[in-house]
Design a protein around this ligand. Structure first.
Ligand code: ADE
Length: 250
């Protein structure tokens, strides 16, 4: 998978992309990141990339010319094909597990990081294929949002996580939060791990994990249960939780 990033601050990316799992993914040839400095496509002697908005109102808006020129050059330089052009902005559709898996299916993405008041509307209208927000708050630019999106989607590129099924076990993958995890030691201070995890009984452990996921979702994000895929056994367990709660209240 190829990911191009167009930004005024390419140096913000390397510290994150060149460490840990994303570094390994690049070395293994599973994903390639290409950073492009929007300033290189700025206009005139001063390489201008932004100007005040028509009609007043303050702030600065990224000009269309440099962005179109950069995207044209990136596409021409690749010698064929067209990326999915994604603008990071607080107005986009919200990044979720489902959106991350969808983005991961694209062979070539080009992220445009906005800054200041945003980008000229003609970029959104005539260049951008998708607009993504990472949440209902405003960042000073799209760079952190691009990194968040890249991190979330990279986990779904086959081979990026050592364990082939790790992404399927993630919180949200099956519509539920994940249950608790434990590692050595078995006994830490006064706290022992749940005994079932020491039994080696795969069926019981799987059922316990499922029930913990249901319990945690019920406690922290009950609205997820409305859309999660639930078995008859899951529903029965949720009824015992409901009963537990009402009895606890008495
Ligand atoms: N740029 C500024 N705020 C943003 C947000 N919440 N998501 C994506 N890009 C942004």
């Amino acid at each position: 998978m190829r990911i191009d990033i167009l930004t005024l601050f390419p140096q913000m990316f390397s510290a994150y992309l060149d460490e840990s799992i994303l570094r390994r993914a690049q070395s293994a040839g599973l994903v390639e990141f290409l950073l492009h400095n929007l300033r290189d496509f700025g206009e005139g002697k001063h390489r201008v990339t932004d100007e005040p908005p028509f009609g007043g109102g303050g702030g600065m808006v990224l000009k269309p010319g440099p962005i179109f020129a950069a995207v044209d050059e990136i596409i021409t330089g690749a010698g064929g094909g067209r990326p999915k052009v994604v603008l990071l902005s607080p107005q986009g559709r919200q990044l979720t597990h489902a959106v991350a898996t969808e983005l991961a299916m694209s062979p070539w993405l080009l992220f445009i990081c906005g800054r200041y008041e945003g980008v000229d509307e003609r970029v959104r209208q005539y260049l951008v294929d998708d607009e993504i927000s990472i949440g209902d708050y405003v960042l000073t630019g799209g760079e952190l949002a691009a990194l968040v999106a890249i991190d979330a989607l990279a986990r779904h590129i086959p081979g990026v996580l050592g364990d082939e099924h790790a992404a399927q076990r993630d919180s949200f993958a099956n519509g539920l939060l994940e249950g608790p995890h434990y590692t050595r030691p078995e006994q830490f201070r006064d706290w022992a791990i749940p005994p079932v995890l020491r039994t080696g009984h795969a069926g019981n452990i799987a059922r316990w994990r499922r029930e913990q996921a249901l319990r945690r979702t019920w406690e922290l994000r009950p609205e997820l249960l409305l859309t999660a895929e639930l078995s008859e056994e899951d529903r029965l367990y949720l009824m015992t939780l409901a009963r537990e709660m009402t009895e606890g209240r008495k």
